[in-house]
Design a protein around this ligand. Sequence first.
Ligand SMILES: [Zn+2]
Length: 378
Amino acid sequence: MKHDRKRSENTIDKGFKGILCPTREQAERIEKTFGCCRYVFNSFLDERIREYRERGKTLTYTEQCAMLPLLKKDPKTSWLGEVDSTALQSSVRALQDSYDAFFRGQTGFPKFKSKHSHRQSFRSTNNHGSIRLVDRKHIRLPKLGEVQCRFPMEVQGKILSAVVTKEPDGKYGISLNCEVPRPPEPEKTGKAVGIDLGIRTLAVTSDGKEYDNPKTYEKNLRKLRRTQRKLSRKTRGGRNWEKQRKKVAKVHQKIRNQRTDAIHKMTHELVYAYDLICIEDLDVREMSKGKLARGITDASFGEIRRRLAYKTEWTGKRLIVTERWYPSSQVCSGCGYVNKDAKDLKIRRWRCPQCGQEHDRDLNAAKNILREGLKTAG
Ligand SMILES: [Zn+2]
């Protein structure tokens, strides 16, 4: 597990995502594991709340882990013994992590997990080969045996853990966290870049390169709106509603996959072309264009930032996330004049009233982000 393992300088953790095609019995066992993990999370959360209320102390991860074997011996909860014990342990860890995040002020107080959540998951830890690929199409998982699987990318390195998920469209996925040798660092280019993350395009760089959204993105977005409209006309919870909900989830998944591919290619290219990459903090963005598109762009902003963060780390490059204390798209990158008229998102081009420079909205913003980033970088 990432918390207990000593990190080596010569290796990095890499994720490999694939799909799982369990048999009916295996799928039942997976569902049972979701249930058991949720039970552990919820009952331990409940216990922590009670302990705090009655004795004013918070139970620790270690104390609660020690409870697991006792629960398995108790006839009332002996069914916990039927699923992978490392998955249960991960649930206790997840509870600890949400407490830690809460105490750091990053999130609200931990919430109980719902059985009705459309995305379920559990994490298994590899204990001396308990998780291993049998061949290209089969993976051995604790208490599940050999499960049929498919990985678009060849899995490399030492498997540390596996997360099994059930997506909102009802399909099972698996994500392996592997330890792989650190790739040789790419040559330094001595170049820095600012990146404006957008709605119209995926991103625009301060060098004027545009990264477009995937080709069928708009089309799928329209399809998503259509399927969602149909969903809203059905009775919530009914059989037709459930059918339509899966359709919506499927389109969502498709859009997500397309964006992920495009983001992967873009971030890869950027870390090789530049030594210093500057982006803006995403939380405070002024933007609109419907809730739907916004939800998706917000998600991909997070994805771009996450990927840039680990890719710059792998390659010995640097990522600067600038705080957005000034509106980068309204400031003239030539002379610093603030043009309030450019606030309107519909304005794609504008001329600076002070110095007369002609600006493309996104390119201008990217240049400002670069300048701010360089200031932070020192
Ligand atoms: Zn100007």
